[in-house]
Design a protein around this ligand. Sequence first.
Ligand code: GLC
Length: 467
Amino acid sequence: MKIESDSVAQAWKALEESIIYYYGHPVGTVAARDPDVEALNYNHCFVRDFVSSALIFLMNGKPDIVRNFLVETLSLQSATKQMDCFNAGQGLMPASFKVVSNYGDQYLTPDFGEHAIARVTPVDSSLWWLILLRTYVKATGDFELAHEPEFQKGIILILKLCLADRFDMFPTMLVPDGSFMIDRRMGVYGHPLEIQALFYGALRSARELLAPSRQGEIYIQFINQRLSTLNYHIRRYYWLDLKRLNEIYRYRGEEFGETAVNKFNIYPDSIPDWLREWMPERGGYLAGNIGPSWMDFRFFAQGNLLAIVYSLASFQESQSIMDLIEKRWDNLIGNMPMKICFPAVEGLEWRILTGCDPKNVPWSYHNGGNWPVLLWPLIASAQKTGRTELAKQAISIAEKRLLEDQWPEYYDGKNGRLIGKEARKYQTWTISGYLVAKELMNNPDHLKIFSFDEDPEVLEESCSQVS
Ligand code: GLC
């Protein structure tokens, strides 16, 4: 009880200290406030990080900061995003921004990736922005904000960027490496699951936010089509359980033409050794990625959890993902919920996939580290699937450490026992993620503001497309 009340009180204090102000108004929260490490860009407000803070503010009747954030980031959307004179696509939202003060003047400087390490493209920012706008509207009923012409323009710019015709055969979104929470090279280019789950959530958000108009109707049609093909594609091709593994294990290769069973030409030998033993009898998950003769068999937590929260995974699949987490608790939860991906890549694979990244060594950081921010999507998924016992256990594990360890960004090791070698302390999304998780336990109704139920129309559509 004592740890619990201290943790909550201290988390709120730290969260309030992380707020950044623009001309006296709260507009966001910094990524981290570690007193002992050089800030680099951790003194920026990251769009993806702010979502955790926004949720807890909205759940506690403090929507102003979220509103200000949405307004200010929208104004940055049309800022120049240049690298070496090349302009990035309109509609892109920055990875992060910061407030710069100069002789009494203040301005916001965005980073669209042109400053970020390795110049990664923040594809997820625009998707998170749409999802957050819908969450804000759900929590406050303030449709007026979303219906303002500037907001409608911003929504459509993002949709244009996402739905543009490209050199691609699949309804999933094609992105470069490191375009989301994993913002370094990790072999997550192509069609990574997390981006697809966010894409699905963003499309469902946009559908609710578009104001009635001719243009709005046209976009709603595009969105509906895309939602059903995306839903079909992910459920059909990304899903993995023992039954599917058996099918893949006995796949024939080199099939040509429409009747091919093994559509992506996945060779059975590419099933990694670890998975043969690791896949439980009951349980399953969505694979990390799919491409030509390529299935990334790693388990990525955020993609799987968001697939549950946004109903990209079916009811049955959602239950199975929770079964897997329960059965492989030591690997996926361990001493700190929860592991960002499992297993780590090692040896030559690590050299090739990460480019020898010393921060992403096996079982550290993005490469198999444990990230406390994942507590909130984990608890949300547990609530949505009625698995509250798992939620309680996960929170009590996190609670044992977070306050004492000063809210680290991530933990290292196979079981997440060590504070990450280069982890920041007082990492804001660790703090707000914990508070969101606690709040969801106290009031499961909050789930409604950021989740989506299964949409039967999407399903009907996708069935009619295959038959
Ligand atoms: C790191 C993480 C990224 C996060 C940022 C700020 O770059 O990889 O996901 O948004 O730190 O916390």
